[in-house]
Design a protein around this ligand. Structure first.
Ligand SMILES: Nc1ncnc2c1ncn2[C@@H]1O[C@H](COP(=O)(O)OP(=O)(O)OP(=O)(O)O)[C@@H](O)[C@H]1O
Ligand SMILES: [Mg+2]
Length: 233
């Protein structure tokens, strides 16, 4: 049987911001649908930068990066918008829109793909109930706690059931019980076929769930046997 095409493929990808030293170096990586990955590494190792490349928030400097089989250097603006509609993102700084209500924030990705008002409201309410924010539909994000905001951002990222889900430190501000519940949500997405990438400093989860770990050190992917050395040093 021919090998399935990866949803994400990096081939010797480098990233520089401006004229500075490379922030990501020689990244080669293939990620497939229905897979779960933790992205780890010390602060400044390049986790957020790698995720930014994946949702085409920035462009790489050299090498080849393909998403859904498309070379991102060659895609048009229109193709880029289409591609982004298949990717759910929980940003490290959340990026919630404070002039919209919680419900409107969560329903927004459905609006972008043209879903009817009633249906998007229904789905947004359902997912907000599930993450324990059933009493916050009409609140503005800037009136919520850090952990509540994080759950709004997660609800918004999963509402379209994306093919790729990228989450950057998604559980940093919630207690352990909610963090476990949210990990369960990510797990459910993975089981339904999504390629899930979760950047985290939360070693406890990485050790507990035994998913694939992509560990970055100074912008390079480090082999498994060197990870322990890095996290204990
Ligand atoms: N917009 C930018 N312009 C220039 N340098 C940047 C920019 N964003 C990040 N960097 C640099 O790139 C490197 C990697 O940063 P990045 O945010 O990817 O790390 P990280 O692993 O996500 O860290 P953290 O765990 O603190 O979130 C750092 O040295 C950072 O200073
Ligand atoms: Mg980061």
């Amino acid at each position: 049987m021919p090998k399935e095409e990866p949803v994400i493929s990096f081939d010797r990808v480098m990233l520089h911001y401006g004229e500075g030293a490379p922030v990501l170096r020689n990244i080669s990586l293939s990620l497939y649908k229905k897979s779960f990955h933790f992205l780890t590494g010390a602060s400044g190792a390049g986790k957020t930068s790698l995720l930014r490349l994946l949702y085409v928030g920035i462009r790489h400097s050299s090498g080849k990066l393909k998403i859904f089989g498309k070379d991102v250097s060659e895609i048009s603006r229109e193709e880029q918008c289409k591609l982004r509609q298949r990717i759910g993102v929980v940003f490290q700084d959340l990026n919630l829109l404070d002039h919209l209500t919680v419900l409107e924030n969560v329903a927004l990705p459905l609006k972008v793909i043209g879903e009817h008002t009633k249906r998007r409201e229904h789905q947004a309410k359902e997912i907000l109930d599930w993450v324990g924010l059933g009493n916050c539909f009409n609140a503005r994000p800037d009136t919520l706690s850090g952990g509540q905001k994080q759950r709004v951002a997660i609800a918004r990222a999963v509402i379209t059931r994306p093919d790729i889900l990228l989450a950057d430190e998604p559980t940093g501000s919630v207690d352990e019980k909610i963090a476990n519940k949210l990990m369960g949500l990510f797990y459910g997405m993975y089981k339904m076929g999504t390629c899930v990438v979760v950047a985290t400093h939360y070693r406890q989860f990485v050790d507990k769930f035994h998913y694939n770990e992509i560990h970055l050190k100074h912008g390079c992917i480090v082999e498994k046997d060197q990870v322990e050395q890095d996290v204990t040093s």
